[in-house]
Design a protein around this ligand. Structure first.
Ligand code: SF4
Length: 209
């Protein structure tokens, strides 16, 4: 849906970098270094990082600086790097991933809505598809976890359709934050569907990033 930044771009817009615990998905509870890239045109109404949407307001950081930060995080105990956003795949991630791999051995995890072509050869793909902008088939076929956010019953149907195209993935339902209907629907669905798991945003419960 979008034009990605050219391969070899020397810098990327960065909202923030931080070392914390992964809060959601199969790797929840593990030490992780996050790189939140600026820029998202997917436009989810419930988005909790709307400040990340305009890429141009976030300062560019060099790939080397980002890779060195990953190496520092590795020394401080991070188990993996998370490329998140925003929508990180609005940018071509090949050069950033190569720079990270040059400076440290941490696995690279990618959190994406899947609307753009895959770049960067991540070690783990967490795909969170959106009903209003469905993901590319390539991402459905290659993701490691499929994490569908649930606000209403239509999201459950979307989850099932998405999962049918991602048989290799672990299937996760994540209630929308502070959404009672989503919580009730996700709990009932997972209880009746043994292939599915519940994902909670534990970092928000804990009040950490
Ligand atoms: S894809 Fe992610 S960052 Fe973009 S609007 Fe949706 S929730 Fe927000």
């Amino acid at each position: 849906m979008s034009e990605q930044e050219p391969l070899g771009s020397s810098g990327l817009p960065v909202v923030e970098t931080f070392h914390s615990l992964q809060g959601e998905g199969l790797h929840a509870g593990r030490s992780a270094f996050f790189i939140r890239l600026g820029g998202c045109r997917v436009g989810c109404s419930w988005c909790d990082t709307k400040h990340s949407w305009p890429a141009e307001v976030h300062p560019q950081q060099t790939l080397e600086a980002l890779a060195l930060a990953c190496a520092e995080a590795a020394s401080a105990g991070a188990a993996f790097v998370v490329l998140t956003g925003g929508e990180p795949l609005h940018h071509n991630l090949d050069a950033l991933s190569a720079a990270i791999r040059q400076h440290c051995s941490l696995p690279i995890h990618l959190e994406t809505s899947g609307v753009d072509p895959l770049t960067g050869s991540p070690d783990w793909i967490s795909l969170s598809p959106k009903r209003h902008q469905p993901p590319r088939a390539e991402l459905l076929q290659r993701c490691d976890e499929l994490k569908v956010v649930v606000h209403d019953a239509a999201d459950l149907l979307f989850a099932e359709v998405s999962a049918s195209q991602a048989p290799q993935a672990t299937w996760l339902l994540q209630p929308g934050w502070d959404c009672r209907e989503g919580q009730a629907l996700a709990l009932e669905f997972v209880q009746a569907q043994p292939r599915w798991r519940l994902s909670l945003q534990s970092h928000k419960w804990l009040g950490v990033r």
